[in-house]
Design a protein around this ligand. Structure first.
Ligand SMILES: [Zn+2]
Length: 302
């Protein structure tokens, strides 16, 4: 039997829902996105996923599609197909999203953590191609990630490995969305920089990067502070995983060039010498890492 040439990748976020029809080489044939109706309940969100998946699938026969890979924010139990407690989407508590979605679409459904799917996308088709070891970190609303170790994508118990954002970096630091204090994402995510931006009269992280580019001193200090916190976590990950490369994605990577100066300083001062030359690069697939990764996983499961 000839293998179906297409898969659907869906990236469910707390604010955006994206879907794409992809081929086995990671090319996007058709892509669509919409705002997630995150507070309207799980039934509405399922309807949205079904509609968007069917929209991107329109141009081909259903049997030409080998499956649908859905990625969503954690914690998920991807082995049981459950959303355990997604703070950004109402009703996603112990919610059997994989089984419910499979009832609505004519394809097998695979469930993956969004950052692990993005890691896979960057590994297969993006900035980490051919590497045996890599760490991917996405910093936007929160911080998530994934790791490839000795040529294997890390999943861990219940598929919950690599929730890097909740490493405690400063025990007396700001409160995190998870309830703990001083988590990495409470200090170094896009939302952490958004909050700091408002203390100097700027709207958000993007405005901070623009002002820092124009040599605004206060904005530069905020960029340096964020880079410091990012660097502290990245050095921890270097020591933990000894990756061939660290890939940085998510909204905060829009300021990659500005941040990388401070990150390099932190790496130089805190990483043990044999770890200091691990390259830190920007993600290559931007918003599509998760989509493409989730779709590609379907091919690789068949
Ligand atoms: Zn946390």
């Amino acid at each position: 039997m000839i293998k179906a040439p297409f898969a659907i990748g869906v990236d469910l976020g707390g604010t955006r829902l994206r879907a794409a029809l992809i081929t086995a080489d990671g090319s996007i044939v058709k892509r669509a996105e919409t705002a997630t109706l995150a507070s309207s309940g799980p039934e509405t969100v399922l309807q949205q996923i079904e509609a968007l998946a069917k929209e991107v699938a329109q141009s081909v026969e259903p049997q030409q599609i080998c499956g649908l890979g859905l990625c969503a924010p954690g914690p998920l139990d991807t082995k049981a197909g459950l959303a355990l407690s997604t703070p950004t989407i109402t009703g996603f508590t112990d919610f059997p999203i994989q089984a419910f979605l499979a009832q609505r679409v004519p394809w097998p459904v695979l469930l993956e953590n969004d950052a692990i799917a993005a890691t896979y996308g960057e590994w297969k088709f993006g900035a980490g191609q051919t590497l045996e070891n890599l760490v991917y970190v996405t910093a936007s609303t929160g911080i998530g990630g994934g790791a490839v170790v000795d040529g294997n994508l890390l999943h861990g118990r219940k598929g919950m490995a690599a929730h890097f954002g909740h490493m405690t970096i400063a025990p007396d630091g700001p409160l995190c969305a998870c309830g703990n204090k001083g988590c990495w994402e409470a200090l170094a995510s896009g939302s952490a920089l958004d909050k700091m931006a408002r203390t100097i009269g700027l709207s958000d992280a993007r405005a901070v990067f623009a002002a820092a580019t124009n040599d605004n001193k206060e904005a530069r200090l905020l960029v340096d502070e964020t880079a410091q916190w990012l660097g502290i976590g990245l050095v921890n990950l270097m020591h933990l995983y000894s990756p061939d490369c660290i890939i940085l994605g998510g909204g905060l990577s829009n300021g990659f060039d500005l941040l990388s100066i401070g990150i390099s300083h932190r790496v130089k001062s805190a990483a043990m010498p044999p770890f200091q030359n691990i390259p830190i690069v920007k993600a290559a697939l931007a918003d599509n890492s998760g989509l493409v990764g989730a779709g590609a996983m379907v091919f690789d499961q068949n």
